[in-house]
Design a protein around this ligand. Structure first.
Ligand code: GDP
Ligand code: MN
Length: 381
C-alpha cells in the first residue's frame, strides 16, 4: 500500500525529519488560504499515487496567494497518468541549492535493509542507476542494530556533503531508517532531500510503501488508505481476500495458488496467448470467492476467454465443481470458459461440470490452447 506524499512526510516529521510547513487542500480557495498562512510563496503539489508529478506539471510554484489559487485550480483539474487529482499539498516554497536522494528498501539477496543515497537527487533513482551507477552509494543495515552513526557518515562523505551537515544528515538518515522499520515499510524514500540556500537540510518529497502483509500490525496506518486512488477491481479483490493483478492481455485467469497461477500464465504465454490478469483465489473454492473472482475478471473489457485452473488437493474436485456452478449463477456467461480440474475426485468433478455444459480439459497445455483458441474466435466476432 502506497502512502501519499503528505502522509509520508507526516510520518517523517514524527521521526524528527525536517519537512516544509504546509497542509492539504481539496479546493483552490483552501489552497489560497494556506498560501496566505505560509506568507504568500508556496508550492502546489498534486497528491496522486504515481511518480513523475513534476514532469507532468503537477508541481507548481506560486508567488502569491492569488497565484496559488489559480495554480491549484489547474492542478485540481488535471489527470496524472490517468489518475484524477483530488487533493493538493500546499507547502512553503523552499530555496533549493542541492537535491539529494535518500531511500531505504529491503535487499532481498542480502536479506537486510539497504540505505541508498545519491547526489543525483530529484530524478528517479532507477534512472540514476542506469546512467550514473557510480553516483549511488549504499550501506546495509542490521535491523537489530539500526543505522549506525558511522554508516550515515560514510554516506555523507561518499556524497561529499559539506562537513557541517554531517551530523544533521546522520540524524535524518537514522530517522528515515526508523520510519521504515516502525511502519513495516518496503520502501521509504526522500527524493529530493534538499540543501536550501541557507544551508538547511529539508525533505521536500516523500514516498512510503507499506508491506500489506504487515498492515494488521498498524491499524492507524491501514486507515490512511486512499480508496479513491485504487482501481475498483483491486478494491473488490481485497474485500474477498483475492490476490489480483490486472495485466494487458485478453485471457482471464483464475487459479488456486499463487505458484500455480504464475505457471498458468507462463503456459499461456509460451503457447502464444496473453494473460489478462494474475488471480489467486487461494485455497478451497468457496462459491462466494469464486463468484467474486469471476465478476472481477469479467469486468475487464479486454477479456475474451477465461481459463480456470484448479488443483483439487484438500478441497475435493467435486466440491470445487459445485462451487463453480454456484458461482456461475447470476454471472453472465457470454465469455467462453475453459476449466482444468485435477486432483482428488477429478472424475466426479468433471462430470458435474460436463452436465452443466462446461468443457473441461485434462491437461494445462490443452486448457491453455482451448482458452487461446476461444479468445481468438471471440476477437473476430
Ligand atoms: P515528483 O516529481 O513527483 O517526484 O515530485 P517532487 O516533490 O519530488 O518535486 C519535483 C521537483 O520539483 C523537485 O525535485 C524539485 O526540483 C522541485 N520542487 C519541489 N518543491 C519545491 C520547492 O519548494 N522549491 C523549489 N525551488 N523546487 C521545488
Ligand atoms: Mn520526487
Amino acid at each position: 500500500m502506497k502512502l501519499h506524499e503528505y502522509q509520508s512526510k507526516q510520518l517523517f516529521a514524527q521521526h524528527g525529519i525536517p519537512i516544509p510547513r504546509g497542509r492539504v487542500a481539496m479546493t483552490a480557495s483552501e489552497a489560497r488560504t494556506i498560501a496566505e498562512e505560509l506568507g504568500g510563496r508556496a508550492v502546489i503539489k498534486a497528491q496522486v499515487l504515481v511518480g513523475g508529478r513534476g514532469k507532468a506539471g503537477g508541481i507548481r510554484l506560486a508567488g502569491s496567494p492569488e497565484e496559488a489559487e489559480e495554480l491549484a485550480t489547474q492542478v485540481l483539474g488535471m489527470r496524472i497518468k490517468e489518475l484524477p487529482v483530488r487533493k493538493v499539498l500546499v507547502d512553503e516554497a523552499a530555496e533549493v541549492q542541492t537535491e539529494i536522494y535518500l531511500g531505504v528498501t529491503n535487499d532481498r539477496a542480502a536479506r537486510v535493509p539497504v540505505m541508498i543515497a545519491s547526489v543525483q537527487g530529484g530524478i528517479e533513482i532507477e534512472e540514476v542507476a542506469r546512467k550514473d551507477p557510480e553516483r549511488i552509494v549504499r550501506v546495509w543495515v542490521d535491523p537489530f542494530l539500526g543505522l549506525r552513526e558511522y554508516q550515515a557518515r560514510n554516506l555523507a562523505t561518499s556524497m561529499e556533503l559539506p562537513r557541517q551537515l554531517w551530523s544533521e544528515f546522520a540524524r535524518i538518515a537514522s530517522g528515515l531508517f526508523k520510519t521504515f522499520l516502525d511502519a513495516d515499510a518496503t520502501l521509504a524514500e526522500i527524493n529530493p532531500l534538499v540543501i536550501t540556500r541557507t544551508g538547511q537540510l529539508l525533505a521536500l518529497d516523500g514516498k512510503i510503501v507499506l508491506d500489506d502483509n504487515a498492515l494488521y500490525r498498524h491499524p492507524g496506518l491501514a486507515d490512511l488508505r486512499d480508496v479513491d486512488e485504487e482501481a475498483a477491481s483491486e478494491r473488490e479483490a481485497r474485500k474477498y481476500g483475492l490476490s489480483y493483478v490486472k495485466l494487458n492481455g485478453d485471457i482471464g485467469c483464475m487459479v488456486n495458488g499463487a505458484g500455480l497461477a504464475m505457471a498458468t500464465m507462463d503456459v499461456i504465454k509460451s503457447l502464444g496467448g496473453e494473460p489478462a490478469n494474475f488471480l489467486d483465489v487461494g485455497g478451497g473454492a468457496a462459491a462466494e470467492k469464486v463468484a467474486a473472482a469471476l465478476q472481477i475478471i469479467l469486468a475487464d473489457e479486454n477479456v475474451r476467454s477465461i481459463l480456470l485452473n484448479i488443483f483439487g488437493g484438500i478441497t475435493r474436485c467435486d466440491e470445487v465443481a459445485r462451487g463453480i456452478l454456484m458461482a456461475l449463477q447470476g454471472v453472465r456467461r457470454e465469455v467462453p470458459m475453459v476449466i482444468r480440474l485435477v486432483g482428488t475426485n477429478e472424475e466426479e468433478g468433471r462430470k458435474i461440470l460436463a452436465d452443466a455444459d462446461l468443457p473441461t480439459a485434462a491437461s494445462l497445455n490443452e486448457a491453455a490452447r482451448l482458452a487461446i483458441a476461444a479468445s481468438q474466435v471471440e476477437a473476430v466476432r
